[in-house]
Design a binder for this molecule. Structure first.
Ligand SMILES: *Cc1c(COP(=O)(O)O)cnc(C)c1O
Length: 404
């Protein structure tokens, strides 16, 4: 149904095959070379931007180490992510606390560790920051409603109306904080580049009105994530995103472009992963049913959460591709009927696929490894391995060997 070579090069596929041959399924192998490539491409496309990797997309130590070595900053959502990144020796001035939903004690934890850059989108959160993190820089996240063209919208839960953002920034200035900028997230895997245009226009309006009416000069625009990974639905190339978005910025801000922050997650790490599952069972629901149910040892609760509502459509390949194939429903191993990955989207798999065969999920480097239940039905979390330049490592960066 899908051509593996449209998603992963022969070279990377061979490396993956030899690294993963002896590993028990289900598992994910992440190719660090791919992440390096995407990071460099993003830097080249947005040479003026500061990159804050959204740690939640793939928090494996080998990933954090690589991105640190490439000069990335980090967008952090919890004290646990903070501890991980600080353990690498990253200086706190390269970190932002980007989660607008936080306890007062978490703000204190970040402040005590030296973080001075905070996102907010509400009065009560801002008040906590004022009280606990005096002098810090704050940026306000605005609502972007035009997110239906994103495959994984992140919108309604976060952000506030621009009028409220205005008030929050004035309040911040009047209460000992530095009003620093505006952020937005256009929705993850955003396929409509035009959405950035609306968001940048709203930001520009806030920059202007705050300066004209309040004498507040903001310095930073945080454009979040939303850049695509390579799933089955086509997207524009990153270079097209970059040239369009850069044009919107120039149209609105001219020579006076503020500091720009990007917070990529999916687009940096998505393409790097291959999730290997094994066929547990293939069945039909009656003697003459044309559709087969294919049950795998990976599902919604151990790696494939983003198949929720069939939102993210991963390319799926097998070792038997190329022959005759037919329609399937693909489901996971647990006793929950929500554990069905694709039913409406018509995936096709080979007729000679059998129990014990492997099914490979491509582009599974983002929002898979830790985005899972702990032990639903007793199934352990999926194991993730990282293919580095000198061997295979686990999520903590320890060397792994599958021999013996
Ligand atoms: C998740 C998240 C991101 C990353 O988004 P992608 O679409 O994966 O690039 C960036 N910023 C914030 C605040 C996030 O919550």
């Amino acid at each position: 149904m899908f051509r593996r070579e449209d998603f992963i090069s022969d070279n990377d596929w061979e490396r993956f095959r030899s690294a993963s041959a002896k590993a028990a399924t289900p598992n994910i192998f992440v190719n660090l070379r791919s992440i390096r490539h995407h990071f460099i491409a993003l830097k080249d496309s947005f040479p003026y931007a500061h990159i804050y990797y959204a740690v939640k997309a793939n928090p494996g130590m080998p990933v954090l180490k690589l991105l640190d070595s490439l000069g990335s900053c980090f967008d952090i959502a919890s004290r646990y992510e903070l501890d991980k990144v600080l353990s690498l020796g990253v200086s706190p001035d390269r970190l932002s606390y980007g989660n607008t939903i936080k306890k007062a004690e978490d703000i204190k934890y970040f402040y005590d560790k030296g973080v001075r850059l905070f996102a907010t989108d509400s009065r009560d959160d801002l008040k906590n920051i004022e009280a606990i993190a005096p002098g810090s820089r704050v940026f306000v996240r605005i609502l972007i409603d035009n997110t239906s063209s994103a495959d994984w919208p992140l919108s309604r839960k976060f952000g506030c109306h621009p009028d409220m953002a205005y008030d929050l920034l004035v309040h911040a200035r009047d209460n000992g904080l530095t009003p620093y900028g505006i952020s937005f997230h256009v929705g993850s895997q955003q396929r409509d580049i035009g959405v950035w245009n609306d968001a940048i226009a709203k930001t520009k309006y806030l920059f202007e009105s705050l300066e004209d009416e309040e004498g507040i000069k903001l310095s930073m625009i945080n454009m979040g994530g939303g850049f695509p990974a390579n799933y089955i639905q086509p997207t524009n190339e990153l270079s097209v995103y970059a040239s369009e978005i850069t044009r919107y910025l120039t149209d609105d801000f001219g020579e006076d472009r503020p500091m720009v922050i990007l917070e990529p997650g999916r687009s940096l790490v998505g393409d790097s992963g291959v999730l290997t599952s094994e066929v547990v069972l293939i069945s039909r629901k009656n003697n003459t049913a044309l559709q087969r149910w294919v049950y795998l040892d990976a599902g919604k609760f151990n790696g494939l959460v983003e198949t929720m509502d069939e939102s993210i459509k991963y390319p799926v390949v097998t070792d038997k591709d190329g022959g005759k194939e037919g329609e399937v429903i693909i489901a996971g191993p647990t006793c929950d009927s929500a554990d069905i990955m694709y039913e409406n989207e018509k995936y096709r798999l080979p007729f000679d696929l059998k129990q014990g065969d492997k099914v490979y999920w491509l582009t599974t480097g983002a929002y898979t490894s830790t985005y899972a239940s702990v032990a639903f039905n007793g199934f352990p979390p999926i194991k993730t391995y990282y293919i580095t330049e000198d061997g295979i490592e686990d999520e903590n960066g320890n060397k792994v060997s599958f021999d013996n």
